[in-house]
Design a protein around this ligand. Structure first.
Ligand SMILES: [Zn+2]
Length: 128
């Protein structure tokens, strides 16, 4: 068994103790022996890396306390986010209303221009 085969078997092994051929090679080859030791250290490091990190007992309580307490807080943020669009829509509607709505003087001018007397005489409620 050569060094590449031994290192492949060491990397892919599932059990803690290598098979007999690998053990014999490790006793004779210092390079593969160092490789096996570094591999074991890396496995231990990866295994223990996150084991010391656990949230304390008050973690969930602090997270819940940091959340908005009422729906009005959430709605307030939503309203602030929609404020620019609301203002733009109000501006567009105001300009449109001022442009479309006729003034009283323009209505009178239009009525006179359309023969005001025929409109008055032909109306159903007027006396003939
Ligand atoms: Zn070797």
């Amino acid at each position: 068994m050569d060094c590449a085969q031994v290192r492949t078997k060491l990397t892919n092994q599932q059990a803690d103790t290598p098979e007999a051929g690998v053990l014999e090679h490790l006793e004779e080859c210092s390079g593969c022996s160092r490789f096996a030791e570094r591999l074991r250290l890396a496995e231990d490091l990866l295994h223990n890396h996150h084991s010391g990190i656990e949230p304390d007992a008050g973690f969930a309580g602090r997270v819940v306390a940091a959340l908005p307490t009422s729906s009005s807080d959430v709605l307030g943020w939503a309203a602030i986010r929609l404020l620019p669009a609301t203002l733009a829509l109000a501006l567009v509607l105001t300009v449109w209303a001022l442009a479309v709505t006729p003034s009283p003087t323009s209505l009178v001018e239009q009525a006179v221009g359309d023969d005001l007397w025929s409109w008055i005489l032909d109306s159903p409620g007027g006396e003939s």
